[in-house]
Design a protein around this ligand. Structure first.
Ligand SMILES: [Zn+2]
Length: 435
C-alpha cells in the first residue's frame, strides 16, 4: 500500500511496477492498425485534444469522485466500499459514450453505500429523489396535508456516534407509541410518515444525529394543532433520550414542526430530504470547502472523508463513521403511508443506476483487465480523453465518425499506458437511431 506521506491521491493512482498483461482467451489482442483512417483527425497516442474543446460540466465532479474512490480502495475499513467499482458484474466492463458526449463505464460491481461511498451515495440519492418526488405528487393529488418535523439531540464530544444512534431509535419509538400522539393522529387523520436520518459532525460538539420527518394527514393542519403536536412529541422523545443517558432538551428547540404546502413545492421538498448532505458531495470533497466548513462548525460525513483524504490523522474519525453508519436506513417510509400510496418500499440495493439513453458501447474489458486498469490507470482521464475526442470533431461530423474518434482515442490511451490486451474495441452501433 502506498504510504500516506508519499504524495496524496496521485501516488495512489500511479503504480511504478511494470505493467502485467491479463490474458483471457475470449479477448484478442487489440491492434491499433485495424482501425481504418477517418480522414478527419490524425490521432496518435500523444495526440493533444483540441484546446477549444470544453470538457463536460460534470468532469470536475467525476474526477473528485474517482479520487475519493481510489482513496477508499486503499483506506476504507468496509470491504464493500474498498472494492466498489473494482470488478465487473458479468465479467465485463463497458466503456461507452452518450450521443451528447458523456463517457462512462457500466457493468461494475458497486457497494451501494449511501453513507460511506460518495459515488454510490449520489446515485442512490438521485434515484431516491425521483421516487420521493413521485410519492409527494401522489400525496398532493390525494389532497393530503403535510408537515415537516426536525428532532435533534443534545450531545458533546464525549458521546460516541454509536451511543447517539442507539439512543435515537427508542426515543422515536416512544413518540410513535405515545397515547396523546395517537389521539392527535386520529383527530387529524394521520396517514403515515417518511423519516430521513441525517448526521453531521463538529470538532467542538461531536456527532449530531437528527431526524427529519414528513407527516401526511387527511385533514388540513391548523397552527394550533401544529403547536399541540410539537409539544406532544417533545415529552416522550425527551424522556427516552434522558433515560438513555443524554442531556435534557430545550422545549421549542429540539423538536420543531412546521406545515408545508405540497403542490408546486413537491420537488423542492424531495430535494430537501434527499440532498441535504449528499448532492453537494463533490463540493464537500474539495479540500478548501471541507476545511472551511470544519472551521465554521458542522461538517457532513463526506466533509470528514475530505479531511481524511488530505490528512490521515482524521482516518479514525472516518472509520468511526463507516462502522457507525453501516446498515442504517437513511430514508424510511411508514407501512401505513406505503399502503395508502399503494407503493412498495425499495431498499438502496435495489435502486439501480439509471440507464443512460442514446449510449453507444466503445470498448469492453474482461474482469482482470478492468481490475488492472482501475489500479494502474486514471479512469477519469480515460473518460475525459474519450469525451474530448468525441467533441473535437467539427460540428458537421456524423455521429458514427465521432464514435470512431472517441473509440480510437480511448484505444490509444489504453495502449499508450501499456494495456494491450484483455480488452477490445466493439463494432460500433448507434442503437438509438436504429429503432
Ligand atoms: Zn460504492
Amino acid at each position: 500500500m502506498t504510504s500516506p506521506s508519499s504524495g496524496g491521491l496521485s501516488a495512489l493512482i500511479v503504480d511504478e511496477s511494470p505493467p502485467r498483461y491479463p490474458l483471457d482467451a475470449a479477448f484478442e489482442p487489440f491492434d491499433l492498425a485495424q482501425i481504418p483512417p477517418l480522414g478527419l483527425h490524425e490521432l496518435t497516442p500523444t495526440d493533444q485534444t483540441n484546446a477549444a474543446v470544453k470538457s463536460p460540466a460534470n468532469h470536475g465532479k467525476r474526477a473528485t469522485l474517482w479520487s475519493a474512490a481510489y482513496w477508499l480502495h486503499a483506506w476504507s475499513d468496509l470491504k464493500s466500499v474498498a472494492l466498489c467499482r473494482k470488478s465487473c458484474i458479468m465479467d465485463q466492463a463497458n466503456l461507452g459514450i452518450t450521443h451528447d458526449g458523456r463517457a462512462s463505464i457500466s457493468g461494475l460491481k458497486t457497494c451501494k453505500s449511501v453513507w460511506a461511498c460518495p459515488t454510490c451515495s449520489l446515485q442512490v440519492w438521485n434515484a431516491r429523489k425521483e421516487l420521493l418526488h413521485q410519492h409527494l405528487e401522489a400525496a398532493d393529488d390525494q389532497g393530503l396535508s403535510v408537515s415537516l418535523t426536525t428532532l435533534t439531540m443534545r450531545h458533546s464530544l464525549k458521546h460516541s456516534l454509536k451511543a447517539l444512534w442507539k439512543a435515537l431509535q427508542p426515543a422515536w419509538n416512544a413518540v410513535n407509541s405515545d397515547r396523546l400522539i395517537s389521539d392527535l393522529r386520529t383527530d387529524a387523520q394521520h396517514v403515515g410518515f417518511i423519516k430521513r436520518l441525517e448526521v453531521t459532525y463538529s470538532f467542538k460538539f461531536g456527532w449530531h444525529v437528527h431526524l427529519h420527518v414528513l407527516d401526511f394527514w387527511q385533514k388540513p393542519l391548523t397552527d394550533k394543532f401544529v403547536k399541540e403536536y410539537e409539544e406532544a412529541m417533545f415529552a416522550p422523545y425527551e424522556r427516552k433520550l434522558v433515560r438513555s443517558g443524554l442531556p435534557a432538551l430545550k422545549p421549542g428547540v429540539a423538536v420543531v414542526m412546521q406545515k408545508l404546502e405540497l403542490g408546486s413545492a413537491a420537488e423542492s421538498i424531495a430535494s430537501y430530504l434527499t440532498a441535504l448532505a449528499t448532492e453537494k458531495v463533490a463540493l464537500e470533497l474539495s479540500s478548501s470547502v471541507g476545511a472551511k466548513q470544519a472551521r465554521m462548525g458542522n461538517i457532513t460525513p463526506f466533509g470528514i472523508l475530505d479531511l481524511a483524504m488530505a490528512d490521515l490523522s482524521h482516518l479514525p474519525l472516518w472509520h468511526e463513521w463507516e462502522h457507525g453508519s453501516k446498515g442504517k436506513k437513511a430514508l424510511q417510509y411508514s407501512q401505513s403511508l406505503l399502503d395508502y400510496l399503494k407503493v412498495k418500499e425499495v431498499d438502496d440495493e435495489e435502486l439501480n443506476e439509471v440507464e443512460e439513453r442514446n449510449r453507444s458501447s466503445l470498448i469492453i474489458f474482461d474482469n482482470p483487465t478492468w481490475r488492472y486498469a482501475v489500479e494502474n490507470l486514471d479512469i477519469d482521464e480515460l473518460l475525459t480523453v474519450t469525451e474530448d475526442a468525441f467533441k473535437s470533431a467539427p460540428t458537421e461530423t456524423a455521429l458514427m465518425d465521432r464514435l470512431w474518434l472517441a473509440q480510437m482515442r480511448a484505444s490509444n490511451y489504453l495502449a499508450s499506458h501499456g494495456l494491450l490486451n484483455g480488452w477490445k474495441a466493439l463494432d460500433l452501433e448507434i442503437y438509438a437511431f436504429l429503432c
